[in-house]
Design a binder for this molecule. Sequence first.
Ligand code: ATP
Ligand code: MG
Length: 570
Amino acid sequence: MARYQRMSNVYAPTLKEDPAEAELASHRLLLRAGMIRREAAGLYSYLPLAWRSILKIEQVIREEMANVGAQEMRVPILTDATLWQESGRWGAYGAELMRVTDRHDREFALGPTHEEAFTDLVRNELKSYKQLPLVIYQMQDKFRDELRPRFGLMRSREFIMKDAYSFAADQESSRACYDDQKAAYTRIFERLGVRALPVVADTGEIGGDSSVEFMAIADAGEAELVWCDCGWAADTEAGTAAIPVTEGTATELTRLETPDIHTIADLARQLDVPESATRKAFALVDGDGKPWVCIVPGDHQVNDVKASHAFGDCHMMGDEEIASWGLHVGYMGPVGLPEGVHVAADISLKDSRSWLVGANEEGFHLAGARPGRDFEVDRWVDVAEAKEGDLCPECGRPLHGARGIEVGQVFLFDDKYSTPMGATFAAEDGTERPLLMGSYGIGVSRTLAAVVEQCHDDSGICFPVPVAPYEVSVVPLSVGDDLVWPAAKAVAQELADLGIEVVLDDRDERAGVKFADNDLWGFPYQVVCGKRGVKEGICELKERRSGDKRELPLEEAASVVAGLVKEARS
Ligand code: ATP
Ligand code: MG
């Protein structure tokens, strides 16, 4: 006989008060609902309700991995330091790598990710193109000594990750593995009820569309994004949007007296033009120590990550450094720069012919400055940070802004690990070649936090059915009542028999406490059995997320609710 769970047996100690340390809704609610507990900074226990949700997330991932032919397996969490030395990451990973020494003074890392371990696994035995492509993955705890572990499951030091690795013989087949994983990720988040955008990631030296991050849209997200209705989305650090630049009206170079103007906002106000009609100047020193004045549209910022791609290991000048190069804070521009200072400009300005810029003279600006006539641009660079209202590079529509939580990332990186680690295979033409690889991660525990960020209200969590610890709770309002109690038990049993995951709130608590707790736990459907209703043969169905309530005849309740649940399952 199928069984329902009695709530009195579930270890889910709720908290009455908001925990002081929890800033984010997910952190606060998972703690309050008795789903997680902090053991030390960045280390959490998953209590039974959370664990059920985690297992469900894993199950959806497993099904979608099987769909694209990926095989589950497991490597040890501890990885030998020598592997990390081979790949060059023993040093490069820095303080985030948790290092362990055994009794023989051998060093290990608690795996933060397992490219090395998986490459090592295949390098001695995967020898022929006939064995390729191969996609293997695991579901495992990962360790990262995060500088600032915070926000509960969002950024912890031990967390659950699904990590997959693909090995292929040629670019085409490697790309096919990558595309499969990417498509699987889209389905996984859809099925889990997580609204996640695939965002082209900043891949540094690899470039191109060889990495995509899946960003769950949430105000609490750490990443700033721009996205378009057509599906294009990017991190503001990586995306190149089309910036609508407002052209100046002056055709001749005109000197304007602008005393006490120190910001773009002041300038735009005084001249009564939009900020986009002005040009903002940043002073920076590039990786080779050369000084630059870099111009962007007045309503945009230079993004640090983009700047580091354009200028190498650069830094923005502070006020003193600016003065030391003979420049004037608030009045910098491309015309008449001191000897040795170079001019760079954002690519969005390439077609603009009339720039309103600082005059490189205290108290003056120039209107109508024209590249090629009044000054030369030494380098056109892509450094302006994309923002809401810029135009989609694919379809030209205005972009929306949003914040996102990185719940997954897919990566193609060719022979980045296989070459240094000597993982080669015999190709069809008999040559020995490095395996082409990709790796694919999903933050399983972070995904649970992202679900809660996206699905909660003032009273608690509103779990989507596919991630809910239980799909239905049956709530008898008086456990001792000899009408209510048997009626509630019967509904719970029927639901269980219909294959629904159901919990019976058999706790001897006041109605108010039960309502509050069930809302906090976020069970998607609550069947409430009260004395008056039961007498008349009815119960009340509450849908947690919408708050909608309706009465149902007791004898139909289970089949109606089971129907709703099954429809909402993934
Ligand atoms: P972040 O930029 O947020 O630090 P990352 O890009 O370093 O993450 P990846 O190496 O891409 O992370 O790891 C794959 C996935 O593991 C991430 O997309 C994220 O969902 C999850 N993850 C990474 N770090 C943590 C962490 N400290 N706590 C929980 N989940 C994490
Ligand atoms: Mg990542």
